[in-house]
Ligand binder design. Structure first.
Ligand SMILES: Cc1ncc(COP(=O)(O)O)c(C=O)c1O
Length: 499
């Protein structure tokens, strides 16, 4: 049995060492070269193939990487025992993938997803109720037709022109001056944030975020290598602290949710909005205003967005249809100066060329037919009932053990446990009782929020919510009892010295 190598065939683009290795590998796999057989020394292989010694060495190295040959120092190169089987081993992808930035909250999200339906009544994910999706209206729009086949081909990266125009007109009518050139449609606000981080941030840049804040934003900024400066979200805006950051760290960007903040539900009052913008303008601080919930108000309309007050063109306004229509559309949009829109579009082109046309066409029709406004009025009525149902149930079943403020809009109650239990220890007990929530630490970049948690009132209706809160209250009682017993046991044990 001998090794045969033929390099005379048609020219291959593969490097020579790869071609030699591939031919030897094929003979090992077909068992033409038997396990344990000694292969020609590198010098001989080089001569036979008419290549340099380095090429021959590289060919054997490649075979070694594939597990097909073994080199014994001072003795030579041999076909590996089980080499043929080694070649059939699955691809070692973990060796090829570059290390991922691992979010500290990824575990929480995994736990919540694992809980899934087993949680029974989920108050964790911030999703609208699928029973309220305007699917009937979308079916009618499809039945009416009018979609040009050309609109199903590739379109501009910035989005479907008529939708951009309709959104710009809507904003202009509401006091946010914008033309279509100021609008870019993105595959959800999450993509918008990712693209903005990509075009604005270098590793090491400082970004001001509120705490608590939307965990998806924290993940994006941290993955971009940004350093986070935190500003407490509930309560009045701490502009003196912000100014201190501006002077000492010169942050490039502030990410803020002025209206029905996720998770705290806080609304920044008009006067503070103006003061914030004045400070930002003075220090050339770019502001990303994320506003998924502004249309979801239940008592009175919120103050105008920062973007409506923006005199220096420093605000990038981000909206989404995920909370008002449905998240599977993957449709959000940015309103920003044209220079930002152009740069974001360039970056978006690398990712997906443009967002989904069919979703954009349907949304365009939904907006201009008045369907969106009708739908918003209906969901506001429904979510108001749910907000009230959750407020009443919290008072009735968990009063005294939780502190919270009733939100004027959005999707969430932000609660703080007044007793000794942490929300991480409460979560498994809640799972056993058939209810779920998001623990507070998910909304902080550091180790905070251990007694806080977020409840979403949008997903369940007003008849289901009281049962969810009853189960939560039972879970708190049981977790408190367990914490009390644990403290007693710990108290009885002697404390070893710390050395
Ligand atoms: C504050 C905030 N920003 C952005 C998003 C992401 O929205 P989208 O589904 O449009 O990507 C969410 C969704 O939970 C959110 O709450």
């Amino acid at each position: 049995m001998d090794m045969s190598i033929d390099l005379s065939a048609e020219k291959s683009a593969e490097p020579m060492y790869e071609q030699i290795a591939a031919q030897i590998a094929a003979q090992i796999r077909s068992q033409a070269l038997a396990p344990g057989m000694k292969l020609p020394p590198e010098r001989l292989l080089a001569e036979r193939c008419g290549v340099s010694r380095t090429t021959a060495i590289n060919a054997y190295r490649r075979l070694e990487e594939l597990g097909l040959v073994r080199t014994r120092v001072g003795s030579g190169t041999y076909v590996a025992e089980g080499g043929a089987e080694a070649a059939a081993q699955p691809m070692p992808w973990h060796q090829l993938l570059v290390p991922a930035w691992q979010s500290p909250v990824a575990g929480i999200i995994r736990d919540l997803v694992a809980m899934g339906d087993s949680a029974g009544i989920s108050m964790a994910t911030g999703m609208p109720d699928p029973r309220l999706y305007p699917w009937g209206a979308f079916q009618e729009l499809l039945a009416q037709g009018g979609l040009a086949m050309a609109d199903l081909g590739h379109i501009a990266t910035e989005g479907y022109g008529p939708l951009r125009e309709a959104l710009a007109a809507r904003h202009a009518a509401a006091g946010v001056p914008a033309g279509p050139e100021n609008v870019a449609v993105v595959a959800g606000a999450q993509q918008g944030l990712y693209l903005l981080a990509k075009v604005l941030l270098n590793p090491g840049d400082y970004v001001v975020v509120e705490t608590p804040t939307y965990m998806g934003a924290l993940q994006i900024f941290q993955a971009a290598g940004a350093r986070l400066l935190t500003l407490p979200a509930p309560g009045p805006l701490q502009l003196d602290l912000l100014e201190d950051y501006l002077v000492r760290y010169r942050p490039k960007l502030m990410y803020v949710l002025p209206t029905y903040q996720n998770p705290s539900g806080r609304v920044i009052p008009q006067g503070e909005r103006q003061a914030l913008l004045a400070l930002a303008a003075r220090h050339r601080l770019a502001v990303i205003e994320d506003d998924p919930y502004g249309d979801l108000y239940y008592d009175r309309e919120p103050p105008p967005p920062l973007k409506a007050l923006d005199q220096h063109g420093g605000v990038i306004y981000m909206r989404t249809f995920s909370k008002t229509v449905f998240p599977g559309l993957r449709a959000g949009w940015l309103v920003a100066p044209e220079a930002v829109i152009q740069r974001v579009a360039m970056e978006k082109q690398y990712v997906d060329l443009h967002s989904n046309n069919l979703a954009q066409w349907l949304l365009y029709k939904f907006v201009v037919s008045g369907g969106l406004d009708g739908h918003l009025a209906a969901v506001r009525r429904e979510y108001r009932l749910r907000r009230d149902a959750m407020g009443q149930a919290l008072r009735r079943f968990a009063g005294g053990r939780l502190s919270y403020a009733v939100p004027g809009g959005g999707f969430y109650f932000w609660c703080r446990l007044t007793g000794p239990v942490t929300t991480r220890s409460l979560l498994p007990e809640a799972g056993r009782q058939g209810v779920s929530f998001v623990p507070g630490d998910a909304f902080y970049p550091g180790a905070e929020g251990e007694r806080e948690f977020r409840l979403c009132f949008a997903t369940n209706d007003a008849t289901e919510i009281p049962e969810g809160i009853k189960r939560l209250a039972r879970a708190i009682t049981l977790a408190e009892k367990a914490a009390g017993e644990h403290a007693k046991r710990a108290g009885a044990a002697s404390l070893p010295p710390i050395i």
